[in-house]
Design a protein around this ligand. Structure first.
Ligand code: AHG
Ligand code: MN
Ligand code: MN
Ligand code: MN
Length: 338
């Protein structure tokens, strides 16, 4: 029968959020509304990225941000889209963005209960080549009596109430997880304009022989890092070497790692002793996704990534994340060095 071939009962993100909210008697609907604003920002950013070459949105904006990156035009547009979505949701009090030196305080919403950290466009050096990029977000609930400052976000990732990312690839893929919950993946159906639940309860494979790292930095790596990657490339006793995959957009590299398994790393090194990726809006949200999918994420010191507390909103960390067993190998090699 035709009805067996067409799914007339699809789970949209809107439906998913409504059903999640119904499971929590104490829920006020604020988080749901915040997520509606988030998904609108993802759709808008996806739209601008797809049209960038046609509407003069390729290339540099001519400015740089606090962490020293040259801003692309789409970094600036993505940031504006995200800020406006968060402000107009009415549910966000404090917003930290990679592209803003200071935290943005929405004082027009003094009773808003959430703080959000975002990387509006991750992997922006890939934009003009049409290679996958993404948006990363982490959501914190403000403590009772919080004054609404950047200090409200100087928390370990264990305090995140929700986190995730959208990857703008062949299709837009939204990955969302909530505290103590599963990881769910949604695909944007451009015709419907809806994110559809296509990857319920994502679990990262326990192991897989794929590594993802910018090997061009290996000159600067510390010994345990060198030893670890060499052990993958030159296995003992006739083992098969790992495959290398590195896109240069953490969101895309992490999404592949989530689906296929393996390891993604951006180690700290002699040139960047604090690493490159930023804790609040790159490392912590991704670590929460990895852990909730059954994987691991650790810092350059092999401590749990989700327990790292930034002292400043743009602080960085080294990171290793992915399949449980693959990350465990790094931890074991580091341990043998101490
Ligand atoms: P962003 O584009 O948000 O500034 O992030 C860039 C990050 C991340 O996406 C990626 O994993 C990494 O930088 C790539 O860095 P290298 O070019 O040093 O490999
Ligand atoms: Mn940047
Ligand atoms: Mn980034
Ligand atoms: Mn970015």
């Amino acid at each position: 029968p035709v009805s067996a071939e067409v799914n007339t009962d699809i789970v949209t993100l809107t439906r998913f959020l409504t059903e999640e909210q119904a499971k929590h008697a104490e829920a006020t609907g604020d988080f749901t509304l915040l997520c509606h604003a988030l998904q609108f920002s993802f759709k808008s950013i996806a739209y601008y990225i797809r049209r960038a070459t046609l509407i003069n949105l390729t290339g540099l904006a001519g400015s740089s941000n606090t962490t020293g990156d040259d801003q692309k035009k789409l970094d600036v547009i993505g940031n504006d889209v995200f800020i406006n979505a968060m402000r107009s949701s009415g549910k966000v009090r404090v917003l930290v963005s990679e592209e803003e030196e200071e935290a943005i305080i929405f004082s027009e919403h003094p009773n808003a209960r959430y703080a959000v950290a975002c990387d509006p466009i991750d992997g922006s050096s890939n934009l003009d080549a049409g290679v996958s990029v993404g948006t990363i977000f982490g959501i914190y609930k403000l403590a009772v009596g919080a004054r609404g400052t950047d200090k409200d976000l100087l928390l370990p990732g264990t305090e995140l109430v929700a986190a995730g990312f959208t990857m703008y690839g062949a299709s837009a893929q939204l990955v969302l997880t909530m505290k103590g919950g599963a990881v769910n993946g949604f695909t944007l159906d451009n015709a419907l304009g809806e994110f559809i639940l296509t990857h319920p309860n994502l679990r990262i494979p326990k192991k897989r022989a794929i590594y993802s790292v910018n090997e061009g930095n290996s000159l600067y790596w510390e010994d345990p890092v060198k030893e670890y990657f060499n052990s993958l490339k030159y296995p003992t006793e006739g083992g098969k070497p790992y495959s290398a995959r590195y896109i240069g957009s953490m969101v895309a590299d992490a999404y592949r790692t989530l689906l296929y398994g393996g390891i993604f790393a951006y180690p700290s090194d002699k040139k960047s002793p604090k690493g490159k990726l930023r804790i609040l809006y790159e490392c912590a949200p991704m670590a929460m996704v990895m852990e909730n999918a059954g994987g691991q994420a650790v810092t350059g010191n092999m401590s749990r990534m989700l327990e790292a507390v930034p002292e400043h909103i743009h602080d960085r960390s080294g990171i290793f994340m992915g399949s449980y067993g693959e990350v465990q190998k790094v931890i074991d090699i580091f341990e043998a060095h101490t």
